[in-house]
Every structure is written in C-alpha cells, then in structure tokens.
Design a protein around this ligand. Structure first.
Ligand code: NDP
Length: 368
C-alpha cells in the first residue's frame, strides 16, 4: 500500500483531557498540531477518553454545578478545534522513535512524521482474566459482561436485573451507584473488607438501599450460555475458603485501568506496570522530543484536572524543544538559539566566541 505522508511539528496521540489541552496550547502557539485518536470500541479506545464513559463530573474546577463527562470533553474538543488543531481518526499500529522526525504508521495507510510527539494515550479498563469474561463467542463479554456501566447499564439486558459489580475503588462505587438507577438490585463484590474509594462516595453508596456489599470475596468464573447470557458467578469467600454459585444476570468489572503503552515497548522507559516515565519537573520521556501527559504516565493522581495540567506542561515542553532546535542555513550550517554554529558535516560546533569544539551529540549517535 502507498502510504500517505503527513509531516508536523507537533503530533499528539489521544483526545482525553491531556491530549486536547496539549492541542489547545500548541495550536495557540501556531504549531498546527495534528491530534491522532482512535475509535476502537474493542480495545476501549474512545475519542475523548475515559470521561466519555463517566456521568457527572463534580470536581472539575470552573463548573460549580457539575458537568457531564461527555459534555466536558465536547467543550475541550471545540476549544482545540477553534485554534486550528487538526484531528485525524486513525489507529496507530507501529511507531519508530529511533530518530527525528519520529514515524507513526497507521492502519489506514498514513505515515505521520512528527518533529515532536506528545503521548496522551491514556489508560483502559482492566479485566480479571477469569473464565466467561472474554468477548463473545469465546465468553460472555458483550452478552451480559461489561467494563462500562455508563455505556451498557441502561441497555434492556440489564434493566430490572440482579447485577454484580467487581472492585472496591471509586470506579466500582460509581458504576454500582449508577446501575442502581436501572437494576433490580446491585451486589458489589470486593476482595477485601475495606473500600479504596473516597469517603464521600462510600457514604453515598452505603446509604443506597439497592446496593449491597459482599466482602472478602473473589469472582472466579462467570457462568451462563450464549442463549441466556449471564446466569451467575462462582464466588470464592477468601476468609472461609468457601465457594458458592451466586445467581445474577449481569457482571460489571470495575477493577481499575492499565496504561495504553503497548506501542512504545522497547522504545520508551516505563515502570513495571507500563506507565511511561517522565523526567521530574517536565513531561519529557527518555527520548528527546517525545513527551507524555495524562494517565499514560500518571498512576498516582489520575484525575481529569491533573491530566489537563500535564497536557499543558507537555505542550510548553514541546514548544521550547522546537524553539531550541538549530535552524538550518542555506550554507548547510545550522545555527542554535544561543548563536552556536554547527558545521555542515555536523562534526564541529563553533561557539559565539569563535572557539571550536566537537559535536558530542553527533559523536554519540555515530558511535551507537
Ligand atoms: P483503583 O485502583 O483505585 O481501584 C481498583 C479496585 O479494584 C481496588 O479496590 C482493587 O482492590 C480492585 N481490584 C484490582 N484488581 C483486582 C483483581 N484482580 N481482583 C479483584 N479486585 C481487584 O481504580 P479505580 O478505577 O477505581 O480508580 C482509579 C482512579 O480514578 C482513582 O484515583 C480514583 O479516585 C479515580 N476515580 C475518580 C472518580 C470520581 O471522582 N468520580 C470516579 C472513578 C475513578 P484492592 O482495594 O484490594 O486493591
């Protein structure tokens, strides 16, 4: 296939709060950013990111009455477009970060060349990895098993039914609480006897009569058939080592998220879970010109506002990086902002006072 080439100073991957904030800042800096986002429901990669599957957001500053997640993301997107961000819906399949411009190859046949890259690819829901959980036809995923209550909860398949939610964090509580609007009864199954969720959300959940907690319990299998969907779960009570079959008609897995960093394995430094490592007081990764923002590099705060903040930082970092690059002259020499001249063969640098030194960067890359 012939590749359609696109070349940009700034390419952003991801359209959650981090990616779109980076777009707003770089677009306002006249850097004509290209933002690439994927619409791939199977891998839970949704334009707009995780806020698209959230209901009310009460803690995003500036919205005193709260705002729905999707509405907030529409505002972000409109603001990024207003300043000239170009958005390309495409699935990136391969990336080459070995030299600049970086190269991004998409499933749709684009070769995107990026002088700087801001990675804001976020995180996706985690699964338990138990029998019955896989997508239809291998399991009951999509046929009574889901990882997104706000997407699937209102569907007829879950209305007035007995539902199980797995997890003990804010996501699990939020999903379980949301499901009580539609379900006959919701059972939250948690592996410990304490929730990780914030106090305010716990208090609301404990006061909800349609929500019941099953403590110290693990879901070991999801039971059912293609025809009937989910009929129950096999539960393991880890304090008493007892196993029971618990009848239910739907299961929602809400046990947290994992960063979307598969593409960057072997090219960017990550921690043991896969979160990209950034350098202390900046959003720089270990590759010069590549920055990361939002949940893809943050396993600690993971809030929309912190993601947006880090998107802004990555944008400013990218802008400064571009500003500091040497400018090519017609003679073949390159001149830096500091007035240094790099010789056409890239082997020497002539300092503003006339001193000639060897180009260390060139020596390192030549030796690699
Ligand atoms: P968390 O990591 O906070 O919680 C995950 C939960 O799932 C934990 O209770 C954990 O159990 C449980 N869990 C993890 N793996 C397994 C497993 N294999 N089997 C059984 N249980 C498992 O993730 P969340 O997605 O809930 O929250 C992530 C972040 O997003 C947090 O910072 C949260 O505050 C924020 N958030 C905020 C919301 C809001 O303010 N409206 C809404 C949703 C999320 P254990 O406790 O035993 O480790």
């Amino acid at each position: 296939m012939t590749l359609e080439k696109i070349h940009r100073e700034v390419v952003i991957i991801g359209s959650g709060p981090a990616g779109l904030t980076a777009a707003i800042y770089t677009a306002r800096a006249n850097l004509r950013p290209l933002l690439v986002d994927a619409n791939d429901a199977e891998h839970q990669l949704i334009p707009g990111g995780q806020l698209m599957i959230t209901t009310e957001v009460e803690n995003y500053p500036g919205f005193s009455k709260g705002i729905q997640g999707p509405e907030l993301m529409e505002e972000f997107r409109a603001q990024a477009l207003r300043f000239g961000t170009e958005i390309l819906e495409a699935m990136i399949e391969r990336i080459d970060l070995s030299e600049r411009p970086f190269k991004l190859y998409t499933r749709e046949g684009y070769l995107i060349e990026a002088e700087t890259l801001i990675i804001a690819s976020g995180a996706s829901a985690k699964w338990l990895g138990i029998p019955g959980e896989a997508k239809v036809p291998a399991g009951l995923g999509g046929n009574g098993v889901s990882a997104c209550a706000t997407c699937d909860g209102p569907l007829p398949a879950f209305r007035n039914k007995r539902l199980v939610v797995v997890g003990g964090g804010d996501t699990a509580i939020e999903e379980a609480t949301f499901l009580t609007r539609y379900a006959a009864h919701v059972f939250l199954v948690h592996r410990r006897d304490k929730l990780r969720a914030s106090k305010i959300m716990q208090d609301k959940a404990f006061a909800n009569e349609k929500l019941e907690f099953i403590w110290n319990t693990e879901v070991k299998e999801i039971l059912g058939t293609m025809e009937d969907g989910v009929t129950g779960v096999r539960l393991y009570k880890n304090k008493t080592q007892e196993e029971i079959i618990f009848p239910c008609e739907g299961v929602f897995i809400a046990i947290g998220h994992k960063p979307n960093t598969e593409l960057f394995k072997g090219q960017l430094e990550m921690d043991e879970v896969g979160y990209l490592k950034t350098a202390g007081h900046s959003m720089a990764t270990n590759v010069a010109g590549v920055f990361a923002a939002g949940d893809v590099q943050d396993n600690f705060y993971r809030q929309a506002i912190t993601a947006a903040g880090s998107g802004c930082m990555a944008a400013i970092d990218a802008e400064r990086f571009l500003d500091s690059l040497p400018v090519p002259m017609p003679s073949g020499e390159e001149v830096t902002m500091e007035g240094e001249v790099i010789t056409p063969d890239h082997k020497k640098i002539i300092l503003p006072d006339g001193e000639v030194i060897s180009n260390k960067a060139e020596e390192v890359s030549a030796g690699d």
